[in-house]
Design a protein around this ligand. Structure first.
Ligand code: HEC
Ligand code: HEC
Length: 259
């Protein structure tokens, strides 16, 4: 409760300040990792201490498990994920020809389940999508985020940028008001990070669980009392595509750990 009251107070002060959303220069880019305490950083770095690694191991097991009427495993088509999936997390969202729209990595996995295994794709926070995303994203660990150059994604990223800059919720703040204009400042006991998407899915100590980027963004929208969109709505992919471009070059950290 105290944290909420602090948020409202701070938001009121900010709104009185001159608007200062000016974007992030590439040389200013900092992963959320850098603003964490050293104990949380150590937990992320050490695979034996990083609780997200349990989901990676679960995803590895699911990768090789036959599913659906044809008893097909992801591995039957894609082989060793450590090789075939290296880079996949760094370049998603990508364009899906059949749907005629962009999809993020977790949605791509749901599509493969539905199309190629004939099983339900699953919800963003369902264990199948979370664990398989963690396993697939882990194969890109350390690679720089590299947005897909497909020109059809430009309009998607642009819509994401507009969402990022649009004021929302009862507090009437945009993502940019916090993550471009005020990163590094304190807010109700946390340091405002730049808001990059290079660690997802990640283990959040506050959740005591692994969660998706959609879940993280829902938390931020709830924080300004805005109504989040339904699961897998196009707006999530638009924001994700913009965040990937905005964080280009940062290392993929999945599964990261955050406070
Ligand atoms: C019958 C073969 C088949 C199976 C089984 C299959 N996939 Fe796929 N997968 C594909 C094809 C084909 C593509 C290319 C995009 C498309 O057509 O959907 C693809 C694309 C992908 C991509 C995007 C890779 C990139 O670099 O952009 C990911 C990630 C993926 N699959 C994950 C999975 C996972 C996880 C499973 C198991 C749940 C799975 N796939 C099961 C055939 C398969
Ligand atoms: C009122 C300020 C505020 C607003 C507005 C806000 N956020 Fe955040 N955001 C935060 C704070 C604070 C954290 C870190 C929370 C923590 O660690 O406890 C955060 C965390 C994040 C993260 C996680 C970064 C990481 O390293 O994992 C992402 C991504 C993010 N925000 C994106 C967004 C997007 C997109 C929007 C708009 C829909 C938004 N935020 C709106 C304050 C804000």
């Amino acid at each position: 409760m105290r944290r909420r009251a602090a948020l409202v107070l701070i938001a009121a002060t900010w709104l009185a300040e001159a608007a200062g959303a000016q974007g992030l220069a590439p040389e200013q880019r900092r992963s959320g990792f850098e603003s964490m305490g050293s104990a949380t950083q150590a937990m992320q770095r050490d695979d034996d201490a990083n609780p997200g690694m349990l989901s990676v191991r679960d995803g590895e097991a699911r990768w090789g498990r036959p599913e659906g009427p044809a008893a097909r495993a992801c591995a039957d088509c894609h082989g060793d994920a450590r090789l075939s999936m290296r880079g996949a997390a760094a370049r998603h969202p990508r364009w899906d020809e059949a749907l005629g729209r962009a999809v993020g990595l977790s949605q791509r996995i749901a599509l493969c389940r539905a199309r190629h295994q004939q099983v339900p794709g699953g919800a963003p926070e369902g264990v199948e999508r979370l664990s398989l995303s963690a396993w697939v994203a882990h194969a890109s660990r350390g690679l720089p985020v590299r947005p897909d150059p497909d020109l059809r994604l430009d309009a998607v990223r642009e819509r994401g940028r507009r969402l990022f800059e649009r004021r929302m919720g009862q507090l009437d703040l945009s993502c940019a008001d916090c993550h471009d204009a005020r990163w590094g400042r304190r807010l109700g006991g946390s340091t405002i990070p730049q808001g990059h998407a290079n660690g997802y899915p990640l283990y959040r100590l506050e959740w005591q669980a692994l969660g998706s980027l959609q879940r993280r963004l829902r938390n931020c929208m709830n924080g300004v009392r805005a109504q989040p969109w339904p699961a897998d709505a196009p707006e999530w992919v638009e924001l994700e595509a913009f965040l990937q471009a905005r964080g280009e070059g940062l290392p993929v950290e999945a599964p990261a750990v955050r406070p």
